[in-house]
Design a protein around this ligand. Structure first.
Ligand code: ADP
Ligand code: 5GP
Length: 188
């Protein structure tokens, strides 16, 4: 069997987590790739569930040891990366890996996995709506929201490097289109 991966990338607040969670509940052949990060856990986040949490020193040690398929300093001082061990763990079970990863990481994984990857860019209807969603989510300080929105402008220019652009305006429609893409990719 092919070792397949599905990559979801987007500016923060576009709806990646919402769409990925929905797909995981619909398709038992999908398994979420838990990333490593050097940022601190937020709220109820647990090691091994949302992320593998490491100190900056531990993360840098893993970089030196070649333990990452890819990694990025997504926000200043915060590393995020995909562990080789995580990818191998999921493929060993015969599952398709689903990634929620920043746009640069998404492009790198698409280059690495080629035809075995479906790379989806989730596009918000506008930057203003992106800001509204981040405010509505209530997980970030006003400063963090402005940082994320400022970064979004650049991130939106990456959309043409993906296989598909999925506009997340009406959520129900976006979920249906996402389901259709995944089911076609999984069965091909
Ligand atoms: P990301 O994972 O890309 O940062 P989230 O999935 O956390 O984004 O979505 C950000 C916020 O926007 C959440 O509060 C979510 O419920 C909301 N949201 C997601 N999709 C839509 C949509 N199509 N319309 C309105 N709100 C949405
Ligand atoms: P957050 O801090 O909000 O959980 O995530 C910040 C950003 O890091 C999101 O855009 C998320 O997609 C990205 N991210 C999460 N895991 C990885 C990873 O393993 N590699 C890369 N390059 N980005 C990641």
């Amino acid at each position: 069997m092919d070792k397949k991966v599905i990559i979801f990338s987007a500016p923060s607040g576009a709806g990646k987590s919402t769409i990925v969670k929905h797909l995981l509940s619909k398709f038992s052949c999908l398994e979420f790739s838990v990333s490593a990060t050097s940022r601190a856990p937020r709220g109820q986040e647990e090691h091994g569930k949302e992320y593998y949490f490491f100190s900056t020193a531990e993360f840098e040690e893993k970089i030196r040891n070649g333990e990452f398929v890819e990694y990025e300093e997504v926000y200043k001082g915060s590393y995020y990366g995909t562990l080789v061990s995580e990818v191998e763990r999921i493929w060993a079970k015969g599952n398709i890996i689903i990634f929620d990863i920043d746009v640069k990481g998404g492009v790198n994984l698409k280059k690495l996995y080629g035809e075995n990857a479906l790379a989806v860019f989730i596009q918000p209807p506008s930057v203003e709506e992106l800001r509204n969603r981040l405010v509505g989510r209530g997980t970030d300080t006003p400063e963090a929201i402005e940082r994320r929105v400022a970064k979004a402008e650049e991130e939106l220019t990456y959309s043409d490097k993906f296989d598909v652009v999925l506009i997340n305006d009406n959520l129900e429609e976006a979920l249906q289109r996402a389901e259709k893409m995944v089911s076609e990719f999984a069965s091909r």
